[in-house]
Ligand binder design. Structure first.
Ligand code: 5GP
Length: 115
């Protein structure tokens, strides 16, 4: 059997995580190594390797992932203060898990720089 990535295991509850939100398309859970007081990952349940794999057929998932991020920010009451969403892609983008994900970061004044 093909080796399943860590996010597959989280989505399917094969390993523990703090799941914030889940529906038939998307799962959101706390990052194990938070870079800010709030650090949530939003992932499609069906694996897409990276943002490079987005095309005409599957592009709706990105809108749904962003919409879920906004809903979570509102529900957890940090939307008004603000937040950042980040998608890392491949080697130069320092993507370490090959399963598309949004980082939703907030809960403090974030740094100015992206690099
Ligand atoms: P990337 O570097 O690919 O953009 O982000 C991958 C993220 O997944 C990292 O922020 C990392 O801390 C997180 N991560 C890696 N393994 C696990 C895990 O087992 N559980 C959780 N909750 N997050 C993980």
């Amino acid at each position: 059997m093909k080796k399943k990535n860590i996010f597959y295991k989280i989505i399917n509850k094969k390993i523990p995580s703090k799941i914030i939100y889940q529906d038939k398309e998307i799962t959101a859970f706390e990052d194990i190594n938070p870079q800010s007081p709030i650090h949530i990952l939003i992932v499609p349940n069906k694996r897409i390797k990276s943002i490079n794999e987005i095309n005409e057929k599957n592009k709706n998932i990105i809108g749904n992932m962003i919409s879920a991020s906004v809903k979570i920010a509102k529900k957890l009451k940090f939307a008004k203060n603000g937040y950042r969403i980040v998608i890392n892609c491949n080697k130069h983008g320092r993507q370490t898990v090959q399963h598309l994900h949004i980082h939703l970061l907030g809960g403090k004044m974030l740094g100015k720089k992206f690099n």
